[in-house]
Design a protein around this ligand. Structure first.
Ligand code: ADP
Length: 517
């Protein structure tokens, strides 16, 4: 069934499509149902058709994008830029506004530069983690990529969405240094020192004369990112993979208080992951094999399963990066801190040194394996995450954790909760909701749970790190301070840069959260 951009007649849309075809070539304009279906979100928490696109365009480069923008402005056709379009759990390739036209940037896939001396690179949107890893290997590079849990997406898409990895460069948005951005009116800008002709410092330093604008184009709809500079880590001399089992629910406060100083002083020099009990019982089985009653898996049953597997109520994993001798010192500090504050914890360590083959615990391989968990709850499975940003203070983390765990149980969902110590001063909680996509009651319950949690968190001043398309207005509306001064500012910038509202309308609630309230 045909889907049209809001406000456009079939005739006006047909005219725009004819112009897109003439501008970028017949074969790069996709309008068939089968083509459009490939941009639907396979994990949507509801009817996929709510976020159906009207067509898709695949430009070959910046000049094609410019032509597309000119046509889109004239006909008021909303465009939804994607890089690889694998933003799984958050909307995949689908647009926030039904009837948007996907601007699929996959064909722009050059690794433009890898600078071995400065440890930097410049990539285009269609460079996936698989491609980038292969290119670094092809060049015999001494630099390491930091990839997310599953590697299907692009380097640019993941960094723009504030994605995370497991090396010291694991907060990917902080590795961005300099972008090239196409604005809605067709003007092309280079941020940072890229604004100087003949620059050699574009990827060396973020702060130009005047405001640093890179952040403004992340999780935003202010422009199309056509190139991104980023920092890469020199291969370390050694690594240690640490995995810690912490026995009891009551240990949580002490665990957070133990990890924070270790991360703040950089003894733990990469993001750590904490998993609660429910999150640890999924491996190797499906849910119906361990629980056949209505509602969430009870705490008692979950603890039984943990005991069977010899796991603790909390598990912590992280990797350390340093020379072998320095790793010994780091491990010694970690062991002493745990012995003092959490003597019941068990610590296991694996080691790697330069020259040895890589192993799976190092998380250096590109992989799709983590996606397997999606069918845990039912088939066809879907999932989305509730992801608050929380200070790593025992009291605060406990406050947020208890609210989320209790709400999940109340709504009959397993509290499958992880926490990522992405930086020295922030934890991202990731509370996953798994559901059977064809179960209307369950998906509706998940949506209610999500919105309930948005209210709960806004009441205690906690915001979200990222959301699925369905909840972007809800997440934006949580920023209440000063009569929503920040979302209002975003709306004002949007109106100034994109008066026709053609670039990713509704993304991050920018331009639409007031209607959504
Ligand atoms: P990935 O490449 O990791 O699969 P996506 O392509 O799905 O990620 O991108 C995630 C989101 O980031 C998109 O929905 C879009 O809102 C935004 N985005 C991705 N690439 C760009 C880009 N080049 N310019 C502007 N926004 C982008």
């Amino acid at each position: 069934m045909a889907v049209l951009p809001p406000g456009l007649t079939q005739q006006a849309f047909d005219q725009a499509i004819a112009e897109f075809r003439a501008a970028i070539g017949e074969e790069w304009v996709f309008t068939s149902d089968a083509d459009r279906a490939s941009y639907l979100d396979p994990f949507d928490m509801g009817d996929q058709d709510d976020h159906a696109s009207a067509a898709a365009l695949a430009p070959s480069g910046v000049e094609d994008c410019r032509k597309i923008l000119e046509i889109a402005n004239r006909h008021k056709v909303p465009l939804w830029p994607i890089s690889m379009g694998k933003n799984l759990a958050y909307g995949t390739a689908a647009p926030e506004m039904r009837g948007s036209v996907i601007l699929d940037l996959k064909r722009m896939n050059r690794v433009i530069e890898v600078n071995e001396e400065l440890g930097t690179a410049i990539v285009e949107p269609g460079v996936s983690f698989f491609d980038f890893k292969a290119e670094l290997e092809r060049r015999g590079s001494g630099l390491w990529m930091s990839g997310p849990a599953h590697s299907w997406g692009s380097v640019i898409g993941n960094a723009l969405e504030h994605g995370v990895g497991y090396t010291p460069y694991g907060q990917h948005v902080e590795t961005i240094c300099g972008m090239e951005v196409l604005l809605a009116d067709g003007s092309l800008v280079r941020t940072g020192l890229g604004a100087l002709e003949g620059t050699k410092e574009w990827q060396a330093f973020r702060w130009p004369f005047g405001p640093g604008l890179d952040g403004m184009f992340t999780q935003s709809n202010f422009g199309i990112v056509t190139k991104m500079g980023l920092w890469l880590m020199p291969e370390p001399e050694g690594m240690a993979g640490v995995s810690i089992r912490v026995p009891a629910r009551e240990d949580f406060h002490a665990l957070i208080e133990t990890l924070r100083p270790l991360r703040m002083t950089d003894v733990i020099n990469a993001p750590y992951t904490i998993a609660n009990g429910w999150r640890q019982i999924t491996g190797g089985r499906v849910r119906s094999e361990v629980w056949d009653q209505p509602g969430a898996i009870s705490r008692e049953r979950m603890e039984e399963l943990l005991a069977e597997r010899g796991q603790g109520w909390w598990s912590v994993i992280f990797n350390l990066f340093d020379s072998p001798a320095a790793l010994d010192l780091r491990l010694d500090k970690i062991r002493r801190a745990f012995a003092e504050k959490l003597p019941g914890a068990t610590i296991d360590v694996q080691r790697w040194e330069q020259g040895q083959p890589q192993e799976s615990w190092m998380r250096q391989e590109v992989s799709l394996a983590p996606l397997g968990v999606v069918d845990w709850g039912g088939n066809p499975g879907g999932h989305s995450d509730f992801g608050p940003i929380v200070a790593p203070l025992g009291d605060r983390a406990e406050e947020v954790y208890s609210i989320i765990e209790q709400r999940f149980l109340e709504y009959g969902k397993d509290p499958w909760i992880g926490m990522f110590g992405i930086s020295s001063r922030a934890l991202i909680f990731v509370a996953d909701m798994f559901f059977t996509r064809t179960d209307a009651e369950e998906t509706e319950r998940c949506r209610r749970l999500f919105r309930q949690l948005c209210d709960d968190m806004a009441d205690i001043g906690v915001g979200l790190y990222r959301t699925h398309l369905r909840f972007m207005d809800d997440a934006a509306a949580m920023h209440r301070w000063g009569d929503h001064a920040l979302p209002r500012l975003n709306n004002r910038i949007k109106a100034a840069l994109d008066p026709n509202g053609i670039l990713a309308p509704g993304k991050q609630g920018i331009g639409s959260w007031e209607d959504g309230e």
